[in-house]
Design a protein around this ligand. Structure first.
Ligand code: NDP
Length: 339
């Protein structure tokens, strides 16, 4: 059983060398008697998600789901059931949910596991558009931003797993949407493939306040926050009255020694801005409704999804660490096996 192991708890930015790909031959390919609700799976696709670097830190860090040194890291993935004592899953089923970064995992279903019922779309989509990041974009945009036709929307980390969907949801709603991303290739993707009205490379901008005034001369109604730091500060200066900010993530702040200060909080008062943080797991009950909305959009080509797929567990550590330098173009997926 090939596995990706965390060597030690980390401090600072995660590095590829913090993870080790190794082989452990102790797994049995049968669920043992006396293991109720156990599901033995063969992992197919693994999702690289920004929170995973956080989970590599000491368990005292303020996040759920810390990893254990010497054990395989975990994350969202798509897998095939090989054996099961769980009443909801049987041999041959395809599932998505939290699994191990390894070829085979014995899951005890303490974390949510979803059965995959629609296989006319790529299975890897259940790590992204039809999985956790998709639901994040859906809940964050529709439930928290309360969007209205014609509103001005900014999305940061816009070409990523979550951002590319938020922008497309905003377009479907009839909003004007601008994305920020970290390379010319990503900016072109946003404008030419994903239908954003405009996009800019934040790495080439010296003064975000001036940048936002250029793209939003009338101000921003909705900001979908993925990055934090200086961008959030500049956004606060450029919000419109009764604007909404969905705080989904702050990737620029996850691995810094000192959090960047946000200076313009007083804007929240006189602009009457609504700011709300959220965690996707609170919205898992919306999953069926989300699927009913998303699947037809994918089948009819109304929503596109860009994936960045690498082959083999050996490629996993570099792919995961690449998230923190923007190496991924679209949703970062690791293929363990195709079926
Ligand atoms: P992405 O697919 O967008 O990958 C991460 C991207 O973040 C990189 O490609 C890079 O894009 C950008 N990035 C990395 N470092 C920085 C930095 N220092 N400053 C600015 N941008 C940076 O990730 P996801 O779409 O999966 O996640 C987006 C955000 O949503 C993250 O903050 C994540 O933690 C959060 N999230 C929150 C959830 C919740 O429940 N609240 C659930 C899922 C995700 P670029 O080249 O454009 O810089």
């Amino acid at each position: 059983n090939k596995q990706v192991i965390l060597k030690e708890y980390i401090t600072g930015l995660p590095k590829e060398s913090d993870l080790l790909v190794t082989t452990n031959n102790t797994i049995s390919l049968k669920v043992g008697r006396g293991s109720p609700k156990a599901v033995l799976v063969k992992n197919l696709y693994l999702s690289c998600d920004p929170y995973m670097g956080y989970s590599m830190k000491h368990p005292d860090c303020d996040l759920h789901n810390p990893y254990t040194p010497g054990s395989p890291i975990t994350g969202f993935g798509v897998a095939k059931v090989l054996d099961s004592s769980h009443p909801d899953f049987k041999k041959g089923d395809l599932i998505w949910g939290i699994t191990g970064w390894e070829q085979y995992s014995l899951l005890t279903a303490t974390e949510p596991l979803f059965k995959i019922n629609h296989t006319d779309v790529p299975l890897s989509y259940y790590t992204g558009i039809l999985g956790m990041p998709g639901l994040t974009a859906y809940a964050g945009f529709y439930e928290i931003c309360s969007p209205k036709k014609g509103e001005y929307v900014l999305v940061s980390a816009a070409s990523g797993a979550v951002g590319q969907l938020v922008g497309q949801f905003a377009k479907l709603m009839g909003c004007y949407v601008v994305g920020s991303a970290g390379s010319k290739e990503k900016v072109d993707l946003l404008k030419n493939k994903l239908g954003f009205d405009d996009a800019f490379n934040y790495k080439e901008e010296l003064d975000f306040n001036a940048t936002l005034k250029r793209y939003f001369p009338e101000g921003i109604d909705i900001y979908f926050e993925n990055v934090g730091g200086k961008m959030l500060d500049a956004v606060l200066l450029n919000m419109r009255v009764h604007g909404r900010i969905a705080v989904c993530g702050m990737i620029s702040q996850y691995h810094v020694d000192q959090l960047e200060a946000v200076h313009y909080l007083t804007s929240i008062i006189y602009k009457r801005v609504h700011i709300e943080g959220f965690v996707v797991s609170d919205y898992f009950p919306l999953y069926c409704k989300f699927m009913d909305t998303l699947l037809p959009c994918i089948r009819e080509g109304k929503i596109k999804y860009v994936e960045d797929i690498v082959e083999g567990l050996e490629s996993g550590p570099a792919a995961l660490i690449g998230l923190y330098s923007g190496q991924n173009v679209g949703k970062q997926v690791v293929v363990v096996d195709h079926d």
